[in-house]
Design a protein around this ligand. Structure first.
Ligand SMILES: Cc1ncc(COP(=O)(O)O)c(C=O)c1O
Length: 422
């Protein structure tokens, strides 16, 4: 792996005297002006702007009210705990927890997709340990999110990568030969970040079940996309708890659920597996300490804003947003696919599109797009560009396509901007 220069801090020290509030706000304003505008619809994937002022105003107000809460202790912040239960329960309903087997299951909110995946991998490790597996393996598609490798690194597990088929989905036949006595869990993405395609969840879950191991479906992106695509009558292959063999699903409210960062849900098909997620400690001077995630003290804002977004939009709100978002996706896809030499990678199901080309240096196209003010992400395999569309991109879809066409027509040499996700 290349050497990466890590930030060491800018040498700031606590000033002897504080500054005026106005100066601080002015300073932050000027710092933010040098970063991509989170409302500007020229950024992809890191934020999910809706362009809905009504929703944003509500979320700002809710966040302000919950700025100082702490979700660590549900006995003190009972109402906050109830909001959290609602978010978990609403997500459970969307993902059909309780169907396809199991005892009704359980789950919790976490800080994001990564923490949801970490907690699931921890539970799968514990399950594997009960079967006396010393170094459990995570068998995951090569396209799975790096959070699984992070979990393996943190929890003493190994990653076994399933190669992808020609459509950039996990190759089930290859997976069959990769599962062995040390397998703890098989992963499927619904859908993947790099290509926006669905892995064959049913086949991978059946394979996992036949070996009596877990199957985690990563619906961090798809969790709040696929249920609404289904309601729009689109063809959505089975992927949720209705599929026997699926044991855990992660779904991020802070992506296509449209609340600010810090809100994801991890669900387990069986309640006792959720119990493995909960850490309890009763051996210090201040009583029982219990926590279902990595963090101790936890911010209240993400819980309250997740609850507010879900309850404000309701099913109809999400369906309406999804209808428009898919229309935007179709417009962008058709416009870019229409360019000679550029094609879409695989068969993306939702608003995540990857583009490749045998004849055009798409990194050079990305440079021109960046110069035009778009923050275009690069893919390495296949080498190309990546778009994760949000509802707010509906207002700029025509411009995006026109700029892309122009960039293809007028690009120079690639500046060598690397694909960097974080
Ligand atoms: C498919 C998938 N899984 C997991 C994650 C991790 O989510 P987070 O960045 O919220 O930790 C992401 C993030 O983009 C993702 O795309």
């Amino acid at each position: 792996m290349e050497d990466i220069e890590l930030p060491t801090g800018a040498g700031a020290r606590l000033a002897p005297q504080g500054r005026e509030a106005r100066a601080i706000l002015h300073d932050l304003e000027s710092r933010q002006s040098r970063e991509p505008d989170v409302h500007g619809a020229r950024l992809f994937g890191l934020v999910y702007p809706t362009g809905r002022e009504d929703l944003e105003t509500l979320l700002e107000e809710v966040n302000r009210r919950y700025l100082f809460g702490n979700a660590l202790n549900p006995f003190k912040f009972k109402e906050l705990a109830a909001l959290q239960d609602d978010v978990v329960s609403i997500t459970s309903g969307l993902l059909h927890l309780g169907e396809g087997g199991g005892d009704g299951g359980g789950g919790s909110m976490t800080s994001g997709g990564t923490e949801s995946i970490l907690m699931s991998m921890l539970v799968n490790r514990e399950r594997a340990k009960l079967r006396s597996i010393g170094r459990p393996q995570i068998v995951m598609p090569a396209s799975a999110h790096p959070a699984y490798a992070k979990a393996a690194h943190y929890f003493g597990m190994d990653v076994v990568r399933i190669p992808l088929d020609a459509d950039h989905r996990a190759d089930v036949h290859a997976a069959e030969s990769l599962i062995g006595p040390n397998t703890a869990v098989v992963v499927a993405s619904a859908f993947s970040y790099p290509y926006g395609v669905m892995d064959p969840v049913e086949d991978l879950a059946a394979l996992a079940a036949s070996h009596d191991v877990g199957c985690h479906v990563d619906a961090c992106i798809g969790g709040f996309v696929l249920p609404f695509l289904e309601r729009l009558g689109r063809d959505v292959p089975p992927w949720d708890f209705r599929v026997p063999g699926v044991t855990e699903i992660s779904a991020d409210v802070h992506k296509y659920g449209y609340c600010p960062k810090g809100a994801s849900v991890i669900l387990h098909r069986d309640a006792d597996w959720f119990a493995h997620q909960v850490f309890l400690y009763d051996n210090w001077g201040s009583g029982l300490y219990g926590s279902p995630g990595i963090a101790g003290a936890r911010p209240a804002g993400p819980i309250a804003t997740a609850w507010a977004a879900l309850t404000y939009l309701g099913e109809q709100g999400y369906v309406d947003i999804m209808r428009d978002l898919m229309a935007t996706t179709a417009e962008v896809r058709a416009g870019i696919e229409g360019i000679d030499g550029v094609s879409v990678v695989g068969d993306p199901i939702g608003p995540v599109l990857a583009f490749e080309s045998d004849t055009i240096d798409l990194y050079a196209v990305g440079d021109v797009m960046d110069d035009k003010g778009w923050n275009i992400n690069r893919n390495t395999d296949p080498r190309g560009l990546h778009l994760m569309l949000s509802p707010a991109h509906g207002q700029v879809a025509g411009q995006l396509v026109a700029d892309f066409q122009d960039a293809v027509a007028h690009h120079g040499e690639s500046r060598g901007v690397e694909a960097r996700y974080s």
